[in-house]
Design a protein around this ligand. Sequence first.
Ligand SMILES: Cc1cc2nc3c(=O)[nH]c(=O)nc-3n(C[C@H](O)[C@H](O)[C@H](O)COP(=O)(O)OP(=O)(O)OC[C@H]3O[C@@H](n4cnc5c(N)ncnc54)[C@H](O)[C@@H]3O)c2cc1C
Length: 447
Amino acid sequence: MAIPSHVKYLVIGAGIHGLSTAYHLAQQLKAQGKGDGRDILVVDKGGIAAGASGIACGVVRNNYFQPAMRELMAHSVGVWETDPEGYSYHPVGYMQISPESMHDDVASIARQQKEIGYESTFIEGEKESAEYMKTLFHDWQAKGITSVLHEKRGGYANNTKAMYALATKAENEGVRILTGCTVTGFKSDSAGGAVRAVETDKGEIGCDQIVIGAGPWAKTVWDMLELPKTISIKGADGHVHDNVPMWIYWSLQEGTLGVDPELQKTNDGKFPPVIHVDSNEPLYSDFDGSLITDQMWGIYYKPDFHFGGIQGGAAPYAIDTDPDDVAVDPYGVDSPDFVVGEDFAHMWTSALAHCQKRFEGQFEYYKNEPSGGIGSFTPDSFPVFDVFRENCYLIADSNHGYKMLGVGKLVAEELCGQKSSLLEPFRFSRYAEGRLHPVSNSPFPWS
Ligand SMILES: Cc1cc2nc3c(=O)[nH]c(=O)nc-3n(C[C@H](O)[C@H](O)[C@H](O)COP(=O)(O)OP(=O)(O)OC[C@H]3O[C@@H](n4cnc5c(N)ncnc54)[C@H](O)[C@@H]3O)c2cc1C
């Protein structure tokens, strides 16, 4: 495709946010008689799903301690449900299985899910939790679990399949997707003012409005826009903390046990909800019985034909390298630095065996192939959805985002003049104003 000299809307990134925004914006423009998909160009330096969206586990859940996150996720689940087949979305549900230290947090999630009409069952007590789990899996054996939150909606989607479907939906609306085109800079008439063109390795493209869905490359684009490397944050104690880095990276740890996905069917022969277990119990090796950790740990897993086995992950780790020096490229499984190693495989397969007897002795089937990838996180690990430089709409999901299919729809509505109360709690100004989201006791930075 020849590059156009000017477009109304230029979207950077053909991942979940760029594509969802492009598709929904095309629909909005048409519905309002303001244009259509031909006004929108998506550019991506790789291809469709070349970033985090193409390697994500694909879990779609509501389980968040922060009310604003939960309401936003409920909206997104609704968008997944509009076309489960098209999006390769499996609405099997999701379970948060927790120790006592998380009981109160999860109880408040359950309460608030009721209030917003998000269907879930909440089981409390060690005996009751074990019994409930055994009605699903006869071989359930995790100890020290005192609550189970069973979300009846949500589940998971097949990562790349959903992205290709979204790209087709956008293209059917007239949206153009230009792959192999890297944005290298921005042009404006005044320092720090509105951007009037993007510079790419294929030439300059003039534009009226920019949408940035750059995922793990959010910092790179942020730097190109000459936005601040560090910010000030007003903490819960009212004190202002200066010089906090705007971006840090975390490495996500995921892998696949290469067994028949049918191994993980429920007692009644169905495919189960996505399982997420957090635990304070000591975790012993399923290989040699040695202690792996006596600290809190967590895993998630699901049978998945797309990955070819039982796929899932464990808590990520923060990358302590100076964010300016972290090599985001080559990304994902091609990265020499950030793919999971033997430690993860040992811990995760042992944790599977800790939870369900059927996984005992199965570690030898762990797929020794590169997996995992890095994510770009904001200072509080929650998304920033906001406009910078007057016309650059940044969708920076802080790695919460595969499940957030609905964000692009809300952003499209905002671009067409309709403010979204669901996006409001995620403005950049929350840092300076101290309007921060509550923090949970989960070992994961995204719960
Ligand atoms: C291993 C892993 C597992 C995950 N699992 C889950 C999960 O189960 N559930 C969940 O909700 N979330 C999950 N996430 C998080 C989720 O994948 C991301 O939050 C989400 O995919 C980000 O979407 P995006 O559209 O912002 O970015 P991406 O999907 O990364 O897309 C960004 C695109 O921008 C392009 N790009 C970047 N810079 C430029 C440039 N200068 N010029 C042109 N193009 C550019 C890239 O090539 C890329 O294709 C996971 C993440 C990882 C890494």
